[in-house]
Design a protein around this ligand. Sequence first.
Ligand SMILES: *Cc1c(COP(=O)(O)O)cnc(C)c1O
Length: 417
Amino acid sequence: MLLESKEMAEDLLNSFMTGPDEKGRFGDFGGRFVSETLMPLILGLEAEYEKAKVDPDFSAEMDKLWKHYVGRPSPLYFCERLTEHFGGAKIYMKRDELNHTGAHKINNVLGQILLARRMGKKRIIAETGAGQHGVATATVCAKFGLKCVVYMGAHDVKRQSPNVFRMRLLGAEVVPVTSGRGTLKDAMNDALRDWVTNVNDTFYCIGTVAGPHPYPAMVRDFQSIIGKETKEQMLEQEGRLPDTLVAAIGGGSNAMGLFFPFLDDLNVNLIGVEAGGKGVNSKMEHCASLTGGRPGVLHGNRTYLLQDDDGQILEGFSISAGLDYPGIGPEHSWLYEKGRAKYVSITDSEALAAFQICCEFEGIIPALEPSHALAHVAKISSDLPKEHIVCMNMCGRGDKDIFTVAAALDFDMEIIS
Ligand SMILES: *Cc1c(COP(=O)(O)O)cnc(C)c1O
């Protein structure tokens, strides 16, 4: 009995899956750096989430919606031609781009909106950068007849007009944010401000593994369906676990969702791919928070951030609007310092090349975000043995990106008409 509990205690110590602690910290990262006015809201949310997590009715409702509304499980697809083309490791894709609304965002939005319904909240607010999280939130709000307000940087409203129109069609109000530089970081600040002033009826639906505790852990839990399915499907198709998992990182939610169920499978390599923009050595024209930033506090948690010598947050740059968040989820900062996961960066031009290869060899038009993951897969696969299994998360489809890609390739859309 004594031995058993000692072994159990050691297992717990050796596990990467027990975090965060009761203060919401993953080692030195995470936590709850918020004003006193926000504290009761966050504690209320945490209490409700703890209850929902162990309520079988809550998981049953999630499962039903994932199946019939989102289209889960998403397939695990063996990329025969890419494997042949790169001439090394076996390449698989987890096809989360096939989800309703075209990316992984809806996995998490459904969870949070079901929670909001449990709490009797009738008004949902969200921040969005490229617009994918805003569209997913507007979608689920329409489905449940909830009021939806989306904060979006004025700069992003201009460059992502199709997504702004989608949100409006879905009945959401889109608020352009002009404070700061008018980007995702400022939209998140305004959403937090709205939450404090509309305490009673409002639920804040955050789009990635960022924000104050419990958001990073909660969003990770909802996105972990990606890794859970991948594990089951890989065992079914290959009879064993993959050797390497690769995912693109903006705030880090799709990567955390893929990695989490594998954290204690120490033989599985985990690789997060940050947006290298014009190169990590270029003068801040990238979004690689881990590779090019240092720890600081933003949006209620401590994590690696892009900042100048005075601690001012810098705006990132990437061809992919969905990756230009200046921070990264605190759990990634911890996994990075622990050495459990590895983080690399891929430049715009490498991502563009991978985008084209994916279209031509697999008949899949990928979003620019997972094109970064694929570019890294391309880099490592040919040197790996044929029995090595690499699996990347195809976290979004590329319909939203075709105009950006056309411009980058100097393709004149006018010729077609
Ligand atoms: C939003 C988005 C991302 C970046 O967010 P994470 O939280 O890092 O997953 C990546 N890919 C796609 C397709 C997205 O829509």
